[in-house]
Design a protein around this ligand. Sequence first.
Ligand code: NOJ
Length: 574
Amino acid sequence: MRRHWTCMIGLAAGLALCSGALNAAAAQRWWKGALIYEIYPRSFQDSNGDGIGDLNGITGRLDYIKSLGIDAIWLTPIYPSPQVDFGYDIADYQSVDPKYGTLKDFDRLVAEAKKRNIRIIMDLVLNHTSDMHPWFVASASSRNNPKREWYVWRDGKAAGVPPNNWQSAFGHSAWQYDAKTSQYYYHKFYAQQPDLNWRNPAVQNAMYDVERFWIRRGVAGFRLDAITTLYEDPKLRDETIVRDKAGRPEINAFGDPRLANDRTDNMPGVHDVLRKLRQVADSYPAQQVVLIGETWVGSVGELRKMYGVHNDELQLPMDLQVGFIDKFDTPRFRMLINDAETGIGSNEPLFVLDNHDRPRWDRYGDGVHNADIGRVLSTVIIASRGTAMYYYGDEIGMVTSTPARKQDVRDPVGITGWPKEKGRDGERTPMQWTAAPNAGFSPPGVKTWLPIPPGSVKANVASESGRSDSMLTWFRVLGRLKHDNAALREGDETMLNPGDANVLSWLRKAPDGSAVVAICNFTAKPQMVRFDPKMLGTGSRIAATLLKTPGTEDPVLLSAIPLKPFGVYLLQLR
Ligand code: NOJ
């Protein structure tokens, strides 16, 4: 190996020196090309020894987060909650659950993060509240209560028959009967998460006030939970049942007929709300508030709409297509990344690889080359044009640790769906800081809310920090390059070698003419990749290595680059 890893890290640091002016320009829209780190607060760092992560734990780890090159943290919900859906069932939108700390702790987190130029993004759950929220308690108390119309109440079709065939995303009917008032209420998620009635202006105003409350407390944005499900068909028509070729209903993991979600998702009205949320956000210009959407849409055309016809809705609807292909399908990655480059106007894509609802990156693993596969995936997500989101722990190679027995499952989705659907505990296990018992997450001897995966002995921050070939070191260099290298920070993107079914490669070209080629072998076999220097727009055949899979040689010629299985190169063109 002619150029050692430490030299590459040195090169990345050197590039940082000339980046001050560029960073100033990027500050205009801080989220452009940014790295956002998703933290599941229950699982990041337990500071008070109760087995559950908390805000002070996060504050204590800000220097670590900074070392990853993170610009903003998305906190999944920290509001007071009965924790049926671990915080996505909110009982008070303007406070902090005592399990996680206090508003004062939150303010300290925001202030300490700010000192490190890290922004805090809150999760805003607008579709539903907890059934313990005072609004719902009032709404359920009688048909005449002023809050009755804050939720979606309907009569059944007949005695014991819900209003229609709508289902909860978490299994079975979406209608819960309330014996006291003899009506059903609608819940897209758990029965303990009744849907708000967004046709009621009072609901809308209450939520815009929640948005203002947190902006005034210093947050730099919101991740809008389940944002496409705010409205339902007012006529309550049945959803279409998805059928197989023989005309039989397809059955989902909960044993219910699969529905097309054509009456409860992406209904008219959503975009009006997005525009209003954006207006509120933009009324605090100094804070540059960003709106991120949980936007499960099926095409780039649909994604484009989430930015708004006049770019006045979400700045960052999540691209949940590229990272979720779930297998190394080179043409599909190429096509979807190209779609994101060409199909959303001048907007910024936001690439996501996984999160607290989906198995971690190791779902792509083959059990043989997992470390190299982790490097491929992080390169695709981070070295592509756009903002990138990374889930805590992926940077050290934490893997999905699905419970083996039903009695160990904490996520109700897994309890309802067992054994076909085992729930989301596997991707929510505690962060692995050290090789000690409880992995440095909780003090030794404390029972942590989910078990510490055995892999923590090897995959942890302490052991990986000093190793040049670790996943953590790879991630840190990649994170730094995304900020400091002009082409990776703000360059446009062109997919290369369109006929290559094995190697995904792309060119990033900055306005100043500098360019980087990213090359990822998507297979378990060695590959040879060839680039025509003319196609790259460079007269030169020489490239400097910015980053490469450990243990590989620097390429000599652009016209013949050998790649090891799942090998990666990031090359600066000269
Ligand atoms: C999406 C969130 O990511 C998920 O964790 C939650 O269960 C549902 N929305 C309901 O809020």
